[in-house]
Design a protein around this ligand. Structure first.
Ligand SMILES: [Zn+2]
Length: 815
């Protein structure tokens, strides 16, 4: 039994209506399921338990994604990627000798095998099993397996073994066990984790990916404990927690995938520690990262490698790896907590962000997908995004990690769409056309057939077919956006409590052919992103909507068989939306595409839903010289352009997209769209105090003003630091003014020892010629005039005083 005091308060809220077969519960409580491997004591009882691979058979558009994957680059990666060639691979060698023994192959197999199993594709299954048998055969007597190069940590300069690739490889092995019940896999994993226990503490995931992502190792430890009951695994789990990067006390890395993959680690450990601080830590990390960088539609956060202070707008992208990892993290968190909020979040990513990371035929992918992204070309976008080089064009040959890792996105989503519940029941977790076969009640097999066009439509029909009449609870998830769900049972409406939220549970004796109809009315909602320049996004149910932008596909690189493509816009995209925030639905008309849902609905041409909207163009909103979309400016925005009818399509259908719109306004608060501000970089910056404040026009009353935001170089003392303006086009500069901070009496900043200005001549940094030098004043702007320069980049460099931080409120640049 669960101690109620350990549970979040909402878990205790159950609502019942007398004489109704349904009750609702905000959060599914934990409990026992005797058919599937739920948590063993002392781990907290499971609210949701994953069904073994093969239990769910996806249909509809999801099955089509799987088929396209099999025909696309995922299914043919051994032809495309050197990392997936058997011959010469360290993963294929009985002593782990050879090449490419790192993460790529395990990433691929983690999805490739499950894809083959979902489709019963014999070619894929045979190839997967060949690899997995080779991995099993590579185990040493002491338990270690896989590449011996990882054992000596050849990527970690020999300082520790690199456990990271094996963390990934355990997933397809687990799937193999689920599918086949092959006991060798349990023995193999027991031996391997025994070996991990022998590692000296300082050798156990000390740094790098394995340190930040050790939640994956923990997941497999618990998976194995639940199947074997070997108590020493819980000791290993403690060690694993202690040696994982500290996601409890802080945010140890702002790398897009590290966050997506391991923010869940404390909540995973909560199952063992039962310490609510661990659960709260996971929520805190998610809320903090999305609170700063995720003020956009699509369920992700801008981190075009790492999240960078100041780069919070909707044109910042997220890596494809981060999408599939966070979908999995959310599924896992729902299983740990029973909280459907995590499932809403997974759907947000799955439906709005994942499809456009790939071409409609799933034969190419790109690295970065952003809510606003109007051109997918190969030009370098740095420093507007962090990575240099081609990150936007579609291509199955590059983007090394995502190319392999994306394989598990849809297969895992399908596998988690139904789960087992306490009381030997079943839960509809993600609504997709599917058949699920599972054991319920005292062991009766039941099949539930689900037909739906969700997420494009809110009608879900279930037909329950037990082998014999059987009593069990059937839990239906009510998405957070839906406030008036309707349920009927065999054609009769089921009375739901007024505040039906979370899960509707129907517990009864089910007969063959019982029908459950669920209606999830989808209304138009607007989100005003007040922390992101008052941009607005449009939602209907779980889908966010993008401007429909015409696409021109241009062949680029790749091979004849596996070409790459750039995509250019053929229609204007620089629109702001005219919306009525008090009555959102009034401004939109929902137009459904006639006929059956297209097999592949995530395309421009076949978008199943179009919203007619109103907007005006913003002529000053342009692309940057490198093709990137201009950043949105604070709204509401004035526009004198004519009111136009616009078409919005689901974000998931839009590969060119504006999904975070400026709001058009004409009241006193409306602003003109100005010249684009410079991009601001710094030698060091905090996520909580970005350097953008030095260009906000707010002048302090004094150098010790506590009311006005200032920028400081965190943790820096006595060093030489800089801030930099990157201008959208070359500009002439002849003087600058800086307002320095000085509040040493409060233990804060001191004026720097000295400062200077550098300009970029296209090849290197040059000092400006400032005959009168660089003033250094307190409580006023410090100025410097110099021989004019024409440049795209200007740097302000300061020598900090020994032992004292320095900061500035404002940096003005003049022609
Ligand atoms: Zn990646």
């Amino acid at each position: 039994m669960v101690c109620a005091a350990l549970l979040p308060a909402q878990e205790k809220r159950t609502a019942v209506v007398p004489d109704s077969p349904a009750r609702t519960v905000a959060v599914l409580p934990g409990g026992a399921n005797t058919h599937y491997a739920d948590n063993r004591a002392p781990l907290l009882p499971s609210p949701l338990v994953k069904l073994p691979m093969g239990s769910v058979r996806a249909g509809g558009w999801l099955r089509r994604q799987l088929e396209l994957m099999a025909e696309g680059f995922t299914g043919r990666l051994s032809d495309i990627s050197q990392f997936c060639r058997f011959e010469g691979s360290a993963w294929a060698h009985s002593r782990g000798e050879g090449q490419h023994g790192w993460e790529e192959l395990p990433y691929w197999l983690k999805g490739y095998y499950n894809l083959g199993y979902a489709l019963q594709d014999q070619r894929i299954l045979a190839e997967s099993r060949r690899w997995l048998e080779a991995v099993l055969a590579s185990q040493r007597p002491d338990g270690y397996f896989g590449s011996r190069g990882n054992l000596i940590g050849d990527r970690l300069e020999g300082k520790a073994p690199d456990l990271w690739p094996n963390m990934v490889m355990l997933y397809p092995l687990r799937s193999m066990y689920e599918a086949t019940g092959d006991k060798r896999i349990l023995d193999f994993m027991l031996k391997y984790f025994r070996w991990q226990l022998t590692l000296p503490l300082e050798q156990f995931t000390p740094f790098s990916w394995q340190h930040w992502r050790a939640g994956d190792n923990l997941d497999s430890i618990y998976w194995l404990y639940n199947r074997t009951g070997a108590r020493w695994l819980l000791d290993l789990a403690h060690v694993n927690h202690e040696r994982t990067a500290d996601w409890v006390g802080g945010i140890p890395t702002w790398h897009v995938v590290n966050v997506a993959q391991c923010f869940r680690a404390p909540a995973q450990y909560y199952q063992q520690s039962r310490d609510l601080r661990h659960l709260k830590a996971t929520e805190r990390v998610y809320d903090t990262v999305r609170g700063i960088y995720g003020q956009v539609p699509g369920g992700l956060y801008g981190a075009d490698e790492n999240a960078r202070p100041g780069f919070t707008g909707p044109r910042q992208g997220a890596e494809t790896c981060a999408m599939v990892e966070i979908m999995f993290s959310h599924s896992m968190l729902a299983a740990i907590t029973g909280d459907p909020l995590w499932l809403d979040r997974a759907e947000e990513v799955a439906f709005n962000s994942l499809p456009p990371s790939m071409t409609p035929d799933l034969k190419g992918l790109h690295y970065l997908t952003a809510p606003n992204q109007v051109q997918l070309d190969r030009q370098n976008k740095a420093p507007l995004i962090q990575n240099s080089g081609d990150m936007f064009s579609y291509n199955p040959h590059q983007y090394r990690c995502c190319q392999h890792n994306v394989a598990f996105g849809w297969p895992y989503f399908a596998e988690y769409s139904w789960m087992a519940t306490p009381g030997n029941g079943l839960a509809a977790v993600y609504y997709v056309a599917s058949d699920v076969r599972a054991k319920v009640g005292a062991g009766t097999e039941v099949t539930v057939k689900e037909t739906t066009d969700y997420p494009f439509d809110g009608a879900v029909n279930l037909t329950v077919s037990p082998a014999a009449p059987v009593r069990f609870p059937l839990a239906l998830r009510i998405p957070g956006w839906c406030d008036q769900p309707k349920v009927s049972l065999n054609g009769k409406p089921v009375t739901l409590p007024k505040t039906a939220r979370g899960w509707v549970i129907i517990e009864r004796t089910w007969q063959r052919g019982d029908r459950v109809q669920l209606e999830l009315p989808m209304r138009i909602d607007l989100t005003i992103w007040t922390r992101n320049r008052n941009t607005v996004s449009v939602h209907r149910g779980p889908l966010a909507y993008s401007l429909r932008i015409g696409e021109r596909w241009v062949r680029a690189e790749g091979t004849e068989a596996w070409p790459g493509f750039e995509v250019y816009p053929t229609t204007p995209w620089n629109y702001g939306l005219v919306v009525d925030t008090l009555n959102p639905a009034a401004g939109f008309e929902v137009v459904k595409r006639p006929g059956a849902l297209p097999a592949q609905p995530f395309t421009l041409e076949d978008a199943p839903i179009t919203l007619r909207a109103k907007g005006r163009r913003i002529p000053q909103w342009k692309q940057e010289s490198n093709g990137m979309v201009g950043e949105v400016q604070p709204g509401p925005v004035r526009s004198a352009e004519p009111l136009e009818d616009l078409q919005l399509i689901p974000m998931g259908c839009a590969r060119l997209r504006i999904a975070a719109f400026p709001q058009i306004g004409d009241g006193p608060a409306a602003r003109e769209w100005g010249e684009p501000p410079p991009v601001i970089l710094a030698s060091a910056a905090s996520h909580f105090e970005p350097p953008t404040v030095i260009h906000d026009g707010v002048v302090p009353a004094s150098s010790s003003d506590q009311q006005v935001h200032r920028f400081t170089w965190p943790e820096r003392r006595g060093t030489r630091e800089w801030v930099e303006y990157v201008f959208p086009a070359p500009r002439r500069v002849s003087s600058v003014e800086v307002y320095w901070a000085e509040d040493a009496t409060r233990g804060g900043c001191r004026l720097p020892e000295s400062w200077e200005v550098l300009w970029w001549d296209g090849k290197s940094w040059q000092p400006v010629a400032a005959a009168a030098g660089f003033e250094l004043r307190k409580d006023a702007f410090s100025a410097a005039a110099f021989r004019p320069v024409e440049t795209t980049r200007l740097r302000l460099r300061a020598q900090l005083r020994e032992g004292a931080p320095a900061g500035l409120f404002e940096w003005r640049v003049r022609d």
